[in-house]
Each structure stands twice: as structure tokens, then as C-alpha cells.
Design a protein around this ligand. Sequence first.
Ligand SMILES: NC(=O)c1ccc[n+]([C@@H]2O[C@H](COP(=O)([O-])OP(=O)(O)OC[C@H]3O[C@@H](n4cnc5c(N)ncnc54)[C@H](O)[C@@H]3O)[C@@H](O)[C@H]2O)c1
Length: 293
Amino acid sequence: MQDFKDKVAVITGGSSGVGRSLAFALGAEGANIVVGDVDQAAMAQLRSDLAAQQIEALVEHCDVTSADSLTALADAAEEAFGGIDLVFANAGISAGESGAMWEYSPKDWQWCFNVNLWGVINTISVFMPRLVAANREAHFVVTGSGNGALLVYPDQPIYTASKAAVHAITENLHYQVVAAQSPVKVSALFPGPHVVDTGLFNSGRVRPQELKKAVEGNASGISSVADMKKMAAEWGIELQTTHPDEVAQMALAGLRRDAFWLLETTAETEQKIRDRAQMILDRTTPVANMVGA
Ligand SMILES: NC(=O)c1ccc[n+]([C@@H]2O[C@H](COP(=O)([O-])OP(=O)(O)OC[C@H]3O[C@@H](n4cnc5c(N)ncnc54)[C@H](O)[C@@H]3O)[C@@H](O)[C@H]2O)c1
């Protein structure tokens, strides 16, 4: 897709971080923006910030764990703007797990899988039939994570597992649209190349009441990128970060090339991916990787 002007872009989880940056980047190109999110305060802020930039937008409450909620978002998008050209299945959370996985609350697993995995499945189920039926150029972009899709970092097993599944689904979705000879293109977006400075590490702000744990807060003790930086510094690592606007620009550049991989890496990450492939081929026992190391 060369030109985003007058296109309609639906972004789940678009009121913060990567999704919010996508909304502004696409809006600046003349696209009409539809955001579905559950964070009412951030949504109100987004509405006024988009209006200040004269970006046409619809910002709706939409919980990706509910297919009905996504159907309402799709209907609202079509009613407001007539059709849908780009869908970003982007909403995601980090459950803030830490320590031995056999001691986690099942609620951590449920919440993360509900949003990260079922959110993507529901978004595919609701939006893909509409994109395929329209039978014209369109993009379906899934926000995954290198942590799960490409590497297995040791400290967030729930998140990593959810993103491994998300990537398998995204790659299969790509194979299926190709097999169906649909003009819809599928892309896998990997925010990075460094840890992206977003609200992901404070996801507890949108944790539903029924999935709250007896003990509040993140077991990891990390609730922001600043916390991560501090912890990394204690291990002698200077943690690099990426601004979500850079991720949005990388994504748009990739969409212009119809790229499947919306992925930017560092030399270190590339080496880790190679080492991982080699480890599998050599049947070497895994050794834990560190984020940023
Ligand atoms: N930040 C990173 O370093 C990084 C790295 C790799 C992948 N990602 C992925 O990027 C995506 C965006 O996350 P982010 O980093 O911008 O974090 P973020 O917390 O800033 O944004 C996530 C958004 O999703 C929304 N959300 C949460 N639960 C929802 C639900 N049930 N329904 C609808 N919306 C919901 C939140 O309200 C928030 O606006 C996620 O899929 C995340 O896993 C982030």
C-alpha cells in the first residue's frame, strides 16, 4: 500500500504506546483512524490529541477479549467511514509475572492469554471476513513480539508463550490469504529494535476486576521502562529503548513494501536469533538470554 490517504485504519489497543503512535503516523498521512481500547482516560486524551491535529478519528470502547465488542467496533468503523483498509491487531498486555511459573496465579495466565492470544483470534475472526469479502487491497497487521516469536527470554513465560502462539497464527494467516489468492496482505509487527517505551510494563491499569489477584501489583517489581533500566543497570547493562513513534514509522515503511516482517533488529538480536537456530540444529542445551545483553 503506497498511499494511506483516505484509507480507514482500525487499531486495537490504540490509546497508548505503539497503537497510539500508529494512529498519529497514519493520521498524519491522511488516513481515517478507528481506535478500540478499554482505557477510558487514555481514550479521552487520544480523542482530544487527534482532534488537535485535525485527524479524523473514532475512538470507541472495545475489549478485544470479546468478539461481540470487536464486531461493534467493525460496524462503527464501516458506518463512520464506509469501509476498512487496515487492521492492526495490536492490543496486548504483560501480566507482570516473575519467579517460578508453577507458582503463578492462573489469573495471570488467563488474563494474558485472553488479551494477547484471544484478542488476536477474535480480531481475525471479526475483521478478516470483511476484508476478504471486500476483495481489494488491505492489510491485516498483528503486533507480536520477538520475545516468543524469535527468542525465548526467561523472565516472562506467560507473555512469551502468548506471543509464540500469536506468531504461529500470524504466519498461518499469511499462508491462508496467499492460498486463497486474496488481495489482503498479512504482516507481523515486532515493536523494537530495543524495548519500546510504552505502558506495557504497567498493564495492571487495565486488568479486569474478575482477573485481579489476591496480591496486587507486578511480582516482577517492574512497572515501567524506567524500572527496567534501573534493574538492568544493577546487572551492569545499559538498557537501550525505542520510542513507539519509531516503531510506527518502521511499520508504515514496511507496509509500503507489502512486507510480512515489520521487524528491525540490532546486531545483538540477530546474533541471538542465529545462536538459537544453531542451538536447535546442534541439539545444544538452552542457556538463558538476557534482554538488552
Ligand atoms: N513495549 C514493547 O517493548 C513491546 C515489545 C514487543 C511487543 N509489544 C507489543 O506491542 C503491543 C502494544 O503494546 P504497547 O507496548 O504499546 O503497550 P501499551 O500498554 O502502551 O498499549 C497497549 C494498549 O492495549 C490496550 N488494551 C489492554 N487490554 C485491552 C483489551 N482487553 N482490549 C482492548 N485494548 C486493550 C491498553 O489499554 C493499551 O492502550 C502489544 O501487543 C505488546 O505485546 C510491545
